[in-house]
Design a protein around this ligand. Structure first.
Ligand code: SF4
Ligand code: SF4
Length: 138
């Protein structure tokens, strides 16, 4: 009886071990993988994330400059973040908000323009000096 009374009194005087959720919400720990973000201005649409993703939930359209991800198929492993060459992918420790629809993340960036190979020089005799433009008009 004495032991029980002692425990009750001790527990009443001690700080609570639980929180008053949802009034008091504990923040997520550092390093927690809650949401995948892409800083699209830095994306070069190389497609590395798409190739490395184990759940195949990323689609990259290099020509159109579009990056898409299905957040409901993502397993938040962080492999894409580790392999992104420009480090534009990152994991936020905050969760995405709950939504009624299963929308894709669709980000539009600036497509990469492939450099055209330099045009071949016009036919000219080897060693001949290029024709100078006189600037005169007929
Ligand atoms: S790996 Fe990075 S830079 Fe390449 S397409 Fe994916 S997000 Fe863009
Ligand atoms: S976190 Fe993993 S599953 Fe999600 S998009 Fe990146 S590689 Fe794919």
């Amino acid at each position: 009886m004495f032991t029980m009374t002692k425990n009750v009194v001790t527990n009443l005087l001690r700080k609570s071990s639980t929180r008053l959720y949802p009034v008091e919400v504990r923040g997520n720990f550092d390093g927690y993988r809650g949401r995948l973000d892409n800083k699209i201005e830095d994306c070069i649409f190389c497609g590395m994330c798409q190739r490395k993703c184990p759940s195949q939930c990323i689609a990259v359209d290099m020509k159109a400059g579009v990056w898409e991800c299905d957040p409901y198929a993502c397993v938040y492993c962080g492999v894409c973040v580790d392999h992104c060459p420009t480090k534009c992918l990152s994991m936020s420790k905050e969760h995405r908000k709950a939504t009624p629809g299963k929308d894709l993340i669709h980000l539009q960036g600036t497509p990469r323009v492939k450099k055209k190979p330099a045009a071949p020089a016009p036919d000219a005799a080897p060693g001949a000096a290029p024709e100078a433009d006189s600037g005169e008009t007929a």
